[in-house]
Ligand binder design. Sequence first.
Ligand code: NAD
Length: 345
Amino acid sequence: MPVFAHPEFDGHERVLFAHDAETGLKAIIAVHSTRLGRAAGGCRMWPYGSEEEALSDALRLSRGMTYKNAVAGLDLGGGKSVIIADPRTQKTPALLRAFGRAVDALGGLYTTAEDVGVSVEDMEIVRQATTHVAGLSSGPHASGDPSPVTARGVFEGMRRALAVATGSDALAGRTVAVQGLGHVGRHLCALLHAAGARLVVADIDAARLADAERSFDARVVAPDAIAAVEADVFAPCALGGVLDDATIPRLRARIVAGAANNQLARPEHAEALHARGILYVPDFALNAGGIINVAREIERRTDAGWLEERLAAMVGNIEAILREAQAKDVSPNGVAEAFARRRLG
Ligand code: NAD
């Protein structure tokens, strides 16, 4: 499996393949860039179909973290890790500790935290093997689950997108189609419901759907139908690659604004959305609330208000990116990438 010749390889500084025979750990830690500081980004546990798939994900996700941290104004580089395992059946404390040892071997070059399939409780176990872990529930600087803060950032960014696209940021009476009711998706639904939005939801987990119906009066549709729902906003909050040749022509929402990382299957899909007049809020700019919360812990910030200031700055950056894209009649994705590259020098 080539790494340097891999299509997703983008000058990554370090790619570590970690194996532990005793626990069955197979993990990849990818550090894309430490230009702005030590790398930080979550750990995803997923039953990837192949090592190739896992490597692609690690390379793409870590590059995304470089851009996310840059746009969010954080002094952190981009990194990410993936564990090839099914979190429902293969997650054990010993495996998590073995992962912690792999993170520790990098000597602080990379700090890990939660992502899909990994919880705050899991990070507490990882902590037994390394200090380079954040998103913890205990300790003087513990920042806990980043998901509620991610959801807040997505919610506020979505309102700015509505303001740019329609002239009003009001959510009352709007319809939002939410794909994925996990850690972020559920919090986002709660915020949207409280703001008076109508919700249409999809997930592969029946209990989460029943909860959304009950708690938010949400209408449930099948997973393959959510992208084509009649809605003002489509909010992908499950996995990446959801905006592709098949879904983009079927979209009926005017705005795409969600938490999922790497929503565009390929970079040119940003242009396809723009050509259809759909305002795409770049995922790496919109979903940075969680890493801002994690950064508070990494940087041991105790000053009250730091998080709120950073979140407000993030949302302000999103609005600036969307307005610049609108003025130039281009996709916001390129504008956001240029914004990040200016910081990266
Ligand atoms: P999660 O694992 O808690 O939730 C994902 C949800 O998506 C689950 O409910 C799952 O059943 C559902 N799902 C999976 N496949 C689906 C499909 N085909 N159709 C519909 N639903 C499906 O993960 P999360 O922490 O909520 O993260 C969601 C997304 O947001 C991920 O892409 C993650 O990388 C990104 N993200 C999360 C954070 C955070 O703070 N947790 C921060 C930034 C980005």
